[in-house]
Design a protein around this ligand. Structure first.
Ligand code: PGA
Length: 252
């Protein structure tokens, strides 16, 4: 009932020319995979060129960040409208944005509201740090994030949201969470919190991805878990064969 979604977060990689080459190599394989929503998230500079290449492929395009205001004196920022010109999706609140660019649950909340208002699908990232994990604080951290990030968002808009659970200690480290452990966080902490924020139906309908060192070898394990609806993939999304394999593994 929840359609699987696999998104590739390219982070700060690829010039326009390199991005076009990668996408041209990805298209034949990804186009053929039915039943999975596939999304590529290159840097802002490539969105225009890549959106032209993805036309009529069924492959979605997303940005990696967005400002919440419509326009104005915000040097270096990109507005929801500017992203909507090219994209259907936007990653919001990635842990690297929270960690290196001082994003807070409050700014994440504003961005999620702005994305929903303009018709973008937000992919909202949550997850605990290594210190929090080791201190047994996973539940309190993700509960706080889900509650604050979705504060004041109407139930009618909520099932357009996608959540990505990404334990920070698993991102780019090769130390992926176990599939059982990740599923338990979704089932025991994230869905019950969404049930409190909205209601039980929405908590069951919202798609939740796992992210953190997902690769071609371990992806299927996550997708077999009942609460995991796909993946947010960093490093492996830059490799054609690996990313295609991951998307294939998500096929229902
Ligand atoms: P990774 O990154 O797959 O390289 O661990 C995941 C992410 O940051 O979204």
């Amino acid at each position: 009932m929840r359609k699987p979604l696999v998104a590739g977060n390219w982070k700060m990689n690829k010039t326009v020319a390199e991005a076009k080459t990668l996408v041209q190599e990805l298209i034949p394989g990804l186009k053929a995979i039915a039943g999975v929503e596939r999304v590529l998230c290159p840097p802002f500079t490539s969105l225009s060129a890549i959106s032209a290449l993805l036309e009529k492929t069924g492959i979605g395009l997303g940005a990696q960040n967005m400002h919440w205001e419509a326009s104005g004196a915000f040097t270096g920022e990109v507005s929801p409208q500017m992203i909507k010109e090219f994209c259907g999706y936007v990653i919001i609140g990635h842990s690297e944005r929270r960690q290196y660019f001082a994003e807070t649950d409050d700014t994440v909340n504003k961005k999620v509201k702005a994305a929903l208002a303009i018709g973008l699908t937000p992919i909202v990232c949550v997850g605990e740090s290594l210190a929090e994990y080791e201190a047994g604080q996973t539940k309190s951290v993700v509960t706080r994030q889900i509650t604050a990030d979705f504060n004041g968002i109407e139930a009618a808009l909520a099932d357009r949201i996608v959540v990505a659970y990404e334990p920070i200690w698993a991102i780019g480290t090769g130390k992926a969470a176990t599939s059982d452990g990740a599923n338990a966080v979704l089932k025991d902490f994230i869905r019950p919190t969404m049930s409190q924020v909205w209601n039980a139906t929405i908590a069951q309908n919202v798609r939740i991805l796992y992210g953190g060192s997902v690769n071609a070898a371990n992806a299927a394990e996550y997708f077999h878990q009942p609460d995991i609806d796909g993946a947010l993939v960093g490093g492996a999304s830059l490799k054609v064969a690996d990313f295609t394999k991951i998307v294939e593994a998500a096929r229902p």
